[in-house]
Design a protein around this ligand. Structure first.
Ligand SMILES: [Zn+2]
Length: 356
């Protein structure tokens, strides 16, 4: 299969993806617990405007507001029957934003697909692999008919769920970008390492267009996971990073992000140094952060000169780690075992706040 993102990338030096969806809607009045996906139908102008802001900031890839729009997730809100309508509307809103800005040649749409939130039989739950394929297939078909360029399967933590989502995409005849979320010590909530993630695709017939990491803890932690992905990457596949804007902090039941523009610029430069093809942000990342990244690329050479190192130095993990520590901060520094929420708590919090 032809890699449509690779062809697209040849036109641009670096591809920028957009930032957060859920956390930006909070600023527009979304209430914690409410499904942001419903805004595609109830507040379409807010969805449209956020897309426009990210495009204006320089994003070449925007994601539909459909992270939790699979029927399993929508069931929590008793709106699973609206899944198809929500996904189609979301895709059309993204298209409308691009067309209204006459950016059809510069911006692509990734149809966002998040986890089902169900526990698989293999993990003691009652959700079957076949059910998962079915749920993802319905969403994939709706997003495709709404006009997305490819699917963007994100924040996944289990390989079985990735398998189901990728199979659904194959069945629907659409390409994918697949990212996992590594929380602590480079492992997903289900214990998967970046290397295991890459090995999973080695024997698969259909490869994703791009793979990488998103969300998780902070940009330092994400960069270390990205390094392991890069070291095990099949080079026909592009690399994508969508890190959170700093570290999520829990204060009186609310999540805020410690990131600044300067941190996001450094994160983006380190991504570029690692050879990441698509750089974006996850939770807490606003259009202003994406704009700052876009503008920073003109200053990229100053950064490289400061270190004056040969490019192959990066192949050493220790060197890259030192660079991350120096520029952004020690990974897992502010997350001591005492403060660190357990994976289950983290998942519950994320779900209850509908954060992606
Ligand atoms: Zn996130």
């Amino acid at each position: 299969m032809k890699n449509i993102i690779k062809d697209f990338k040849n036109k641009a030096n670096i591809l920028l993806a957009d930032g957060a969806t859920g956390t930006n809607y909070f600023a527009s009045g979304l209430q914690p617990g409410d499904p942001p996906e419903l805004w595609n139908l109830q507040n379409p102008s807010d969805v449209f405007n956020l897309h426009k802001k990210f495009i204006l900031a320089g994003a070449n890839i925007i994601l539909t507001n459909t992270f939790g729009a699979n029927s399993s997730r929508l069931k929590f809100h008793n709106i699973e029957k609206m899944s198809s309508e929500i996904n189609i509307s979301a895709a059309k809103l993204s298209k409308k934003a691009i067309t209204s800005m006459q950016k059809n040649d510069e911006v692509m749409i990734g149809g966002s697909i998040g986890p089902t939130g169900e526990i698989f039989k293999s993990n003691g739950g009652d959700f079957t692999y076949e059910e998962a394929v079915d749920v993802f297939y319905q969403q994939a078909v709706s997003l495709k008919s709404g006009g997305v360029d490819f699917l963007w399967i994100e924040t996944l933590s289990s390989l079985e769920e990735i398998d189901a989502a990728q199979s659904a995409a194959d069945k629907a005849g659409i390409g994918t970008v697949v990212t996992m979320s590594f929380d602590t010590a480079k492992r997903t909530m289900m214990g998967v390492t970046p290397k295991q993630f890459m090995n999973f695709f080695k024997n698969r017939k259909t490869k994703p267009l791009a793979v990488g990491a998103n969300c998780g803890v902070g940009p330092s932690e994400l960069l270390l996971s990205m390094k392991e992905i890069k070291d095990n990457l099949d080079d026909t596949i592009l690399l994508v990073a969508k890190g959170n804007c700093g570290i999520p902090q829990y204060k009186s039941g609310k999540i805020s992000y410690s990131g600044t523009k300067s941190i996001m610029i450094k994160y983006a430069i380190l991504c570029d140094l690692l050879g990441v093809d698509i750089i974006g942000g996850c939770c807490g990342t606003t259009p202003e952060h994406i704009r700052a990244i876009k503008n920073s690329f003109t200053k990229k050479n100053n950064f490289f000169q400061k270190y004056n190192f040969p490019k192959n130095y990066l192949l050493e993990e220790g060197f890259f780690r030192d660079l991350i520590i120096k520029e952004i901060g020690q990974p897992w520094r502010n997350i001591s075992d005492m403060e660190k929420p357990s994976n289950n708590q983290f998942r519950k919090r994320r779900r209850s706040l509908k954060i992606k």
